[in-house]
Design a protein around this ligand. Sequence first.
Ligand code: GTP
Length: 198
Amino acid sequence: MSARYVESSRLPTAWGDFDMHGFEDVDTNKEHVVLTMGEVGNGEPVLARVHSECLTGDALFSMRCDCGNQLQAALQAIAEEGRGALFYLRQEGRGIGLLNKIKAYKLQDAGADTVEANEQLGFGADMRDYSILKPMFEHLNIQSVRLMTNNPRKVNAIEEQGIDVVERIPLHTDSNPHNEKYLRTKAGKLGHMFEGRE
Ligand SMILES: Nc1nc2c(ncn2[C@@H]2O[C@H](COP(=O)(O)OP(=O)(O)OP(=O)(O)O)[C@@H](O)[C@H]2O)c(=O)[nH]1
């Protein structure tokens, strides 16, 4: 996959002023953004979050998942450090797309877990492709990261793109009655690590 860098601008947020960098995937025309704060291209490992799009959690305040809270926690952590990068990748629904995620939620309403629902729809549990990151990291001159994630498979996928993950930083948020089963399934079937949580 290759990404075309398009433009950068300021993005003031509730957590502080970021720079927003826009990229286009030349194969799929999907538009991705990176928010950076401070000098990230100076060779020092960068506090980073690679976040997959979750319209329902990130923008519509859904309590079915932990996505929105993780997004906010990551921006806050970067702002507190004064330096870091948030890669916002447009791979909604672990890569199956928004409308298929709604179909998956319908199946979950009927009792399936998040993995079974994907499989009942004919998809793998996780259809994401991280290869778009390589040209984005190259453009920003970032070679190594301290990655905020609970997902060891994401760490491996990012390292496969030639990016050095020098540290994995857990990104825990509070659970609620609507996302408890989802978080349990992530730990049980997708390998997520929730240190300190049963
Ligand atoms: N198919 C499907 N996707 C979901 C469901 N709930 C959330 N998602 C998607 O799961 C993805 C979560 O992305 P991330 O938070 O970046 O990654 P993660 O694998 O949860 O790992 P972390 O880095 O620990 O957060 C987003 O694309 C969401 O849209 C669900 O029930 N079914």
